[in-house]
Design a protein around this ligand. Structure first.
Ligand code: C5P
Length: 245
């Protein structure tokens, strides 16, 4: 498999607070990377203009704003996000089935009315910064993190969502519970040559794909590399080698 074939499975996280920095990186990565994750830091600073500029540069966008509110408000937020033409948006599974259903319906209806492709709507299960003790003692959910992730993944699927964001350590269990077509989006990816930074439970790109991950999210190993394009190409090569030809 060629690196071009895996490129649509890798989102680079644009965790910057200015449009200039983000566009500089996109320019440096050139045709190696066409999919980017825009999160709260960049979106709340720059607004929808960042989406317009990245679309103009031919990029796909995962808008990572993690909606969590009453169903009506989340439906409105998801509709607004879908109207920007992004390829993927997310909500917190903790918002419940009704909220997730309304998000998915809003994304579909808005995209249809505008004649544009609907974004994938996926659910955040448990943040990778949450450990079992915090989940049990502070959030008040008993059991293990994996049990909660699987329960949330099943609820997201029942609500009609397209997939979940989860740690790579839970990918295999999610696939077993929800099937191969339920999309898994995995952050916390670190090639063997990169620093872990603040990520605790990391997987290499090859291990994450071998476990069944559909899409990987990588930030600092690429964005903070001395040569970001070279780092991206090395990751794409590792991904290509991990998949069947
Ligand atoms: O730089 P790094 O590769 O750690 O970036 C990972 C990206 O994925 C960041 O934008 C982070 O906010 C996001 N993310 C995460 N863990 C989650 C959900 C999102 O690291 N559970």
């Amino acid at each position: 498999m060629r690196t071009k074939d895996v490129a649509d499975r890798l989102y680079v996280a644009l965790d910057f607070d200015s449009l200039d920095e983000a566009l500089r990186l996109v320019d440096r990565l050139g045709d190696a990377i066409r999919s980017y994750k825009v999160g709260m830091q960049l979106f709340y600073k720059v607004g929808p203009a960042v989406v317009e500029r990245l679309h103009a540069a031919g990029c796909n966008i995962f808008l990572d704003l993690k909606f969590h509110d009453i169903p009506n408000t989340v439906a409105g937020a998801t509709s607004s996000a879908a109207s920007l033409g992004v390829s993927m948006v997310n909500v917190h599974a903790a918002g419940g089935v009704e909220m997730m259903k309304r998000a998915k319906e809003a994304a579909t209806t808005t995209a249809e009315s505008l004649g544009i492709p609907a974004p994938l709507v996926i659910a955040v299960t448990q943040l990778t910064s949450t450990d079992q003790r915090m989940m049990n003692e502070q959030i008040g959910i008993p059991g293990t993190v994996e049990e909660t992730v699987i329960r949330y993944a099943k609820l997201a699927q029942a609500a009609g969502l397209d997939g979940v964001v989860a740690s790579g350590h839970e990918v295999a269990a999610i696939r077993e519970a929800c099937g191969d077509r339920f999309v898994t989006v995995i952050p916390g990816i670190r090639p063997a040559w990169a620093a872990a930074n603040d990520q605790k439970r990391v997987l290499t790109p090859a291990t994450a794909l071998a476990a069944g991950a559909h899409k990987l999210v990588v930030g600092r190993p690429i964005t903070h590399a001395a040569d970001p394009r070279d780092a991206a190409l090395r990751i794409l090569e590792e991904m290509a080698a991990a998949l069947p030809a």
